[in-house]
Structures are given as C-alpha cells and as structure tokens.
Design a protein around this ligand. Structure first.
Ligand SMILES: *[C@@H]1O[C@H](CO)[C@@H](O)[C@H](O)[C@H]1NC(C)=O
Ligand SMILES: *[C@@H]1O[C@H](CO)[C@@H](O)[C@H](O)[C@H]1NC(C)=O
Ligand SMILES: *[C@@H]1O[C@H](CO)[C@@H](O)[C@H](O)[C@H]1NC(C)=O
Length: 360
C-alpha cells in the first residue's frame, strides 16, 4: 500500500512536468537583427570592425568572449532556455562547419543571423563591414531555396526580429549623419524596410513572427559621444524618434492577420519594460541605471569595453548597461521573462509562452 501511494505521488509529481516540457511547439528560432541579438556572426566575419570577441565580454556566463555584445546571455539565449532547446549558432559558424565538413547539415534548433552594428537601412554602418538585415534575409533565403532547411521546421519556428537602434543613433551622430531626411521620413524609410523583411520571411515560410521594440536608445551611456549628450538625462530627441519607430512596428504587427494570413505576429514592448527598470531600479536588482559597467570616459560611455584603458565594475549584473551601447545579462534576463510570460502591457496580443503552446 505504501509503495502504491509512493508510486501515485511520483506519478502526480512527474506527469505534469513531462507534459509541460513536451508541450511547447517551437523546435527552432531564426534570429535577425543587430548587436542586441548577435551570437557571434561578426566574430566569424574578419572583415567586420564591430567586434566583441575579446575579454571581458562574456565573462559572467560563458567565461570567455563569444562575440556576444554583453557579459553573458542575450534575449534569444534565454528564450531558447525557456523553450527547452539549445542556443543557436551564428550563421557564419554553421556555414563554415557545413563547408569544412565538421557538421553534416544546418542545425535543427535554428540559426542566428544577427550582426552587431547593422541596421534596417542598408547603408547603416556599411563601412564597418556589418551584415545589414537585407543580407541576413538573403542568407536565410538561400538556405530555404537550396532545401538546406526542413520546410515543416521553418513553419513551426519562432522568427525573432530586433533592429533599428543603430539607424536611429547614427541619425544624430555628426560623423555618420546628417541625412537629408527629416526624422519623420527617416522613420518611414526604416519601417518600409521592416515591412519588406516581414513580407520576405513570410513568403519563405515564417508563421510565428516576433517583432521586438527598441528600448530607450537615448539613455545609452554612449549618448555622451553625441553633441548635446548630458550625464543627467537621456537624449530626448533619440527617444522621441524611437517611440515613433516602435509605434510603426506595432502597427505592422497588428496588421499581420490581414496582410499575412496564417501568420501570428507578436510585439514585444521593451521600451516600457526598460523605463520601469529605470524608475524602480532597486525593485529589479539594479544599483546603477545610468553608466556602463565596462568602458571608459564619462559614464564609461566614450570607450568600448575591453579597449584602451577600460575599467570594469565588480558586479556587472547590478548595472542596467554592460557597455556603452548594450544592456547587461541581468537586463536581458528580465526582458526575456517579460516577453516569455509577460502581461499585455509587455507583450501582445499574446506572450511567447502562449505562442509556443498553440499550433500554426
Ligand atoms: C570547421 O568549422 C567550425 C565552425 O563550425 C570550426 O569550429 C572548425 O575549427 C573548422 N574546422 C576546420 C578544420 O577548419
Ligand atoms: C570588406 O569591407 C570593405 C569595406 O570596409 C568592403 O569594401 C569589402 O567589399 C569587404 N570585403 C568582403 C569580402 O566582404
Ligand atoms: C554609475 O556608474 C557610472 C560609471 O559607469 C558612474 O559614473 C556613476 O557615478 C554611477 N552612478 C551611481 C549612482 O553609482
């Protein structure tokens, strides 16, 4: 009798967790965007000068540089963990592996195409040798057209997009701007590219499309590089244009059921999430929300982490920002949780846990 009870208890305890673990219907993630999501593509692109392949990048989690522009995991790494799948290799690493015979096929858990420094406008940071979003889609398209990816797998997969902060930052950078477009027209030009991106991945089989909004880019410590950058407040004009761009992104997502039948679009409202961390830092475990943990100069915003006479803080995950442009792993973890299980104020119309539980 006792052993029967024990069996019953272990069944009750075990069964639900088994059901949960196998209930997510997303086997793979295809990621497109910039340094927020780059898992090391630039590292495999020796022609590219936007790099994070040196210490102390990666020091809090991987204990070595991986090419990620933070001290540990990025949002897509956390989302992979929540889904129970392995984190994805950068495209250029997988491509090299297939070419040199160290792997037989492209990975079945997805591919990361994101390239640090890139934007949605093809000319953004072109001189740094980055891979713009149009070329990232081209890389994916080639794999689909050459039947290197299983079509059923692609249909079930999560498509993650985050890009635009480099375009907007460069608009206010006298070395890269000014463009002849006014801010309104600049945002429209960006959104035209995002719409094309969504059209393309949809025609290549994407059905679960997640568009992540930009955070308050005007608050990055690197704002001190810009004329008019101040230590005591964010760069208002940048945040203003970011909000317009984000509103446009949400519009594209809302249109998805009509413009892209059978697809589910999800919008991740990262801007509001980060503003909440900034307004209640202690509640979210932050002790510093203005400066970077790693770098040099005012707010450690003038010199990239790992370069020249850089300095690094003791507890990176107590900082909102790891380096002059990029959040710390702790920030990414909080954002990932908000996208995964958050309320409508953070992710809509459904969160990613729900998205992963329905069939497409
Ligand atoms: C083959 O490519 C992989 C990257 O996928 C790399 O790690 C490995 O060193 C390469 N091997 C050779 C022999 O070049
Ligand atoms: C390398 O980057 C330069 C610009 O910096 C570009 O002109 C050249 O075509 C690139 N080479 C390759 C192989 O991508
Ligand atoms: C936050 O860190 C920066 C250096 O990145 C420093 O200049 C600033 O004083 C710190 N702020 C607080 C409140 O500790």
């Amino acid at each position: 009798m006792e052993s029967f009870n024990l069996l019953l208890i272990s069944l009750i305890v075990l069964v639900p967790s088994v059901v949960c673990a196998s209930s997510y219907k997303i086997p793979a993630i295809y990621t497109f965007g910039d340094s927020i999501l780059d898992a090391g593509n630039n590292r495999f692109n020796k022609n590219c000068s936007a790099q994070a392949d040196f210490p102390p990048y990666g020091s809090s989690f991987f204990h070595q540089p991986t090419g990620r522009f933070t001290n540990g995991r990025t949002v897509v790494d956390f989302l992979s963990q929540f889904l129970g799948i392995d984190i994805q290799e950068p495209y250029l690493e997988a491509e090299m592996g297939v070419a040199n015979g160290s792997r037989k096929a492209y990975p079945s858990n997805g591919i990361n195409f994101a390239s640090g420094g890139s934007g949605v406008l093809p000319q953004t940071n072109k001189d740094l040798g980055v891979i713009p979003i149009q070329d990232q889609v081209q890389q994916f398209q080639t794999l689909v057209n050459e039947n290197k990816l299983d079509k059923k797998l692609v249909q079930k997969s999560l498509f993650l997009f985050e890009s635009g902060s480099n375009d907007i930052f460069n608009y206010y950078n006298p070395f890269t701007g000014p463009t002849n477009l006014d801010p309104e027209a600049y945002v429209q030009a960006m959104l035209t590219q995002v719409k094309q991106f969504i059209d393309q991945i949809y025609s290549l089989g994407a059905r679960r499309i997640v568009i992540i909004a930009l955070g308050p880019v005007g608050c990055v410590p690197a704002r001190m590089l810009l004329p008019g950058g101040r230590t005591d407040r964010c760069f208002g004009r940048i945040n203003h244009i970011v909000k317009k761009y984000n509103a446009g992104l949400e519009g594209l997502v809302k249109d998805t059921p009509i413009t892209h039948p059978g697809a589910i679009g999800v919008y991740g409202e990262v801007y509001k999430a980060v503003q909440e961390f900034r307004s209640m830092p202690k509640r979210y475990g932050f002790f510093n929300i203005t400066g970077a943990c790693c770098g040099d100069g005012t707010l450690r915003g003038l010199v990239q982490c790992g370069k020249d006479s850089y300095k690094v803080c003791e507890n990176p995950n107590q900082f909102l920002f790891w380096d002059f442009f990029h959040p710390s792993e702790h920030t990414y973890e909080l954002v990932s949780k908000a996208l995964w299980a958050g309320k409508q104020s953070r992710v809509r119309p459904i969160n990613l846990r729900t998205l992963a539980s329905i069939s497409v």
